[in-house]
Design a protein around this ligand. Structure first.
Ligand code: THG
Length: 290
């Protein structure tokens, strides 16, 4: 059996454990102006209602961690990211996944967080490793390591494994243990390359087999450009959970994806007596009746 490391993240009041013996941890993706034009427009207008609503709705739908991104072109990202975080912290108390490529914004964000945040992300580029890992160590955070480096995203699963091992080793040399490194093997688009799904699944298996670390993924990338994306995303995410994905960054408001995750957990023996499945069913039934 491969090792099964536990990553712990927390807010000031909630602790979340991520591992392959417990239910899949959904990291809610919606607070992201880079990925969502409506959020971009709202933040450009200084309107935080949408952030509030996306935070509340995602948590109600099963998100256990919220990804927060404030990448608005031309904006003061450190200040805006702090504002977004404060807004989210007013309405929910879940741990946060700080999604930024700007080390200054990351530092500002980490200084606000009372618990143990998940930093999204570092990659295998020398510059990124040097800028991000010392902050992660200093603040006692956990970090997502993307399987890409100066040469871009490697084509093969083996090459992605080697980027993952570089990140895990470098983190280790700074005193960041492997359980605090969550690997993102990266999902490219199957519409552009029909092997993209398979390579991502193989990369998950290789990284888990070698290191036993937790795995995240922006799992909806896989279906870009395809019609009826939710069905592809639902099937892929269930397969990825079988391969070793433990904390996908996804949209819990999409029922097809949400139910696929719950069904995968049930099939993997991580839902005792099917209680989570039944509870989610009841919640859907109740929502249908109003
Ligand atoms: N890995 C890691 N972090 C990530 C990603 C990843 N963070 C960003 C992204 N990828 C995951 N987050 C999102 C957020 C929103 C959307 C998709 C991914 C989204 N997209 C709509 C769509 O796809 O149709 C956009 C539509 C719109 O503009 O509103 O909602 O891979 N570590």
């Amino acid at each position: 059996m491969a090792k099964n490391l536990t990553t712990v993240v927390s807010s000031n009041t909630k602790t979340v454990e991520i591992n392959r013996a417990q239910p899949t941890v959904i990291i809610g993706e919606r607070i992201n102006p880079t990925g969502r034009k409506k959020v971009l427009r709202a933040l450009q207008e200084g309107d935080f209602d949408m952030v509030r609503e996306d935070a509340t709705r995602q948590v109600a739908a099963g998100a256990v961690i919220l990804d927060v991104n404030a990448g608005v072109p031309g904006a003061d990202e450190p200040a805006l990211l702090q504002q977004v975080m404060l807004t989210v912290m007013e309405v929910t108390d879940v741990p946060l996944c700080i999604d930024t490529a700007d080390p200054e914004a990351l530092d500002a964000a980490l200084s606000l967080s009372d618990g143990k945040a998940l930093v999204n992300s570092v990659n295998g580029e020398e510059r990124a490793l040097e800028a991000v890992l010392p902050l992660v160590k200093e603040r006692g955070a956990a970090v997502i390591g993307l399987c890409m480096d100066d040469d871009g995203i490697p084509e093969t699963a083996e090459e992605r494994l080697s980027v993952a091992s570089k990140i895990i080793e470098r983190a280790g040399s700074l005193g960041i243990p492997p359980e605090d490194v969550v690997i993102d093997p990266l999902a490219l688009t199957m519409g552009a390359d029909s092997k993209a799904g398979r390579v991502a699944l193989e990369a998950i298996e290789l990284v888990v087999g070698e290191f036993g670390v937790n795995i995240t993924m922006g799992a909806s990338n896989i279906s870009f450009g395809m019609p009826d994306r939710k069905y592809i995303n639902a099937a892929f995410i269930a397969m990825a959970i079988h391969a070793g994905l433990t904390c996908p960054i996804t949209n819990p408001l999409i029922t097809e994806v949400n139910t696929a995750i719950l069904a995968a957990d049930l099939a993997m023996g991580r839902d005792d007596y099917g209680m989570r499945w039944i509870q989610a069913y009841r919640q859907r039934e109740k929502a249908r009746q109003v």
